[in-house]
Design a protein. Structure first.
Length: 108
């Protein structure tokens, strides 16, 4: 029989480090990549990094407000994906490419 009288918790700094790594990975993806779908996925990575922080601090401070923010962030992320994919499809139909360098529609 296993004694479960103690509880090991993961320190808050581990969650912050994980979140920072995920956020920087998404930021590098946005800044370096030229494929618009990869850029959209990188933005999603950055949103998920903030969600990790919200949940970690919510657990640390024993407050559910961070988890409520995660719910709203996921809702906004779902709407962003729907609108982003619709824009990508429209741009692909007009230009037959998803390379960001070929789109000059929004530049001055």
């Amino acid at each position: 029989m296993v004694d479960v009288g103690y509880c090991m918790t993961v320190p808050l700094s581990y969650y912050i480090t994980l979140s920072a790594v995920v956020f920087v990975t998404g930021l590098v993806g946005v800044l370096i990549r030229r494929n618009i779908i990869i850029i959209l996925l990188s933005v999603e990575l950055m949103l998920n990094a903030t969600n990790i922080n919200f949940v970690a601090f919510s657990q640390h401070f024993q407050n559910v407000a961070g988890q409520v923010f995660v719910f709203f962030t996921l809702t906004v992320a779902a709407a962003e994906v729907a609108v982003g994919l619709a824009i990508i499809i429209a741009l692909y139909r007009s230009k037959s490419s998803i390379n960001v360098d070929e789109f000059r529609l929004l530049k001055w």
